[in-house]
Ligand binder design. Structure first.
Ligand code: SP5
Ligand code: ZN
Length: 341
């Protein structure tokens, strides 16, 4: 399997985040990538390469051009500071033009700062997701975009949840030009951005399994009754689960989600891969064991369609590596055209 690493991301290192009115340590940091790479380093069936930082013209298909210009220009003018919004849009007149000087215009939380290196790091991760999708489009069975920052919380014109550019959505949108796409989001947090981007579309069917947003980020999205709108009605499903969900309770839900996705007869699958469902994740609240990630991947593999993995969350630096290794194991074993196993 080819692994597309997002490359340099040291210049996107949030110094802290605000949560509940307090300054809290930053969870989404470059060390996560090191931990992931360390975890899979020994596996000779993986080819790890750095994604190329290329032009991303197709980003406009999933993100608003003004939003992209805002991110690019704001990061360009930042020096050493981390920019956090203090005020979020409250206007009653929706025809008012965006206030591009205010980060709150395009942001929905206080966990997700802009730094000088944020846009470049997000572009690199988007390139990794895109290049993994292109590998699948060329006939490979699996590809993995490994890096940061994550993307699945980024909507068409809003960042938040440590996400700026939605690599999962970019991969899905690219593959949708070739055939029906299924997106399965297994990060512990609801993939609100991906849901939002495809909410009216029928060519990309989206399912997310996550902690009940009543008491977990992103709080305002991810409920079971959100099923799509317009032509996209019934093309989105959410599977909110209780805090403390373990392997045994997770598995049947995963099977249900996959069965529902398979009804669309997808030609491709994109997995938004979060390891923050692990029992020792510091912010997730689920209780999945490391071993379970092997079973999760084996179950996903049964769908039997070419699959792109896009790294999302996972914050236990101690366990990220073993989670990735466990997950990849059933996907590298007896890969198509691979007789080495
Ligand atoms: C991609 C992804 O996983 N984004 C998650 C964004 C979660 N933001 C909320 C973080 C709040 C952390 N505070 C938890 C305190 C536990 N000690
Ligand atoms: Zn998450």
């Amino acid at each position: 399997m080819r692994v597309f690493a997002s490359g340099p991301n040291e210049n996107h290192r949030p110094p802290y985040e605000f949560s509940g009115g307090r300054v809290e340590r930053a969870w989404e940091i470059p060390d996560r990538v090191t931990a992931l790479l360390d975890g899979i380093a020994g596996d000779s069936r993986l080819t790890i390469e750095q994604a190329t930082l290329a032009k991303l013209d197709c980003l406009h298909e999933i993100h608003d051009p003004d939003y992209l210009a805002f991110l690019k220009e704001t990061c360009e003018y930042l020096k050493d500071e981390a920019l956090f919004p203090s005020v979020f849009p409250y206007r009653s007149d929706s025809t008012r033009r965006p206030n591009r000087r205010q980060p709150g215009e395009y942001c929905f939380d206080t966990h997700t700062p802009l730094l000088a290196g944020t846009f470049e790091a997000a572009c690199r991760m988007a390139c990794a997701a895109l290049q993994a999708a292109e590998a699948i489009a060329r006939g490979e069975q699996f590809a993995y975009a490994l890096g940061r920052p994550p993307g699945h919380h980024a909507e068409r014109a809003k960042y938040g949840g440590y996400s700026y550019l939605n690599g999962t959505a970019l991969a899905a949108n690219t593959l949708a030009k070739l055939g029906p796409v299924a997106v399965l989001d297994v990060d512990v947090h609801h993939g609100n951005g991906t849901q939002h981007i495809f909410y009216e579309r029928t060519d990309v069917r989206t399912a997310s399994i996550h902690g009940d947003p009543t008491n977990l980020f992103p709080y305002f999205s991810g409920y079971a009754e959100e099923s799509g709108t317009g032509r996209g009605l019934d093309c989105n499903r959410n599977f909110p689960l209780q805090p403390g969900t373990g392997d045994r309770d997770y598995q049947p839900v995963l099977e249900t989600a996959l069965e529902w996705l398979s009804k669309a007869r997808p030609a491709f699958l994109v997995v938004a891969l979060g390891f923050d469902t692990h029992e020792l994740d510091p912010i997730g609240g689920f209780k999945l064991t490391t071993k379970y990630f092997t079973r999760m991947a084996a179950t996903i593999r049964q769908l039997n369609v070419p699959t792109v993995l896009v790294q999302e969350g996972g914050y236990s630096l101690q366990h990220l590596g073993e989670c990735a290794a466990a997950f990849l194991q059933p996907l590298t074993f007896m890969e198509r055209g691979d007789n080495s196993a």
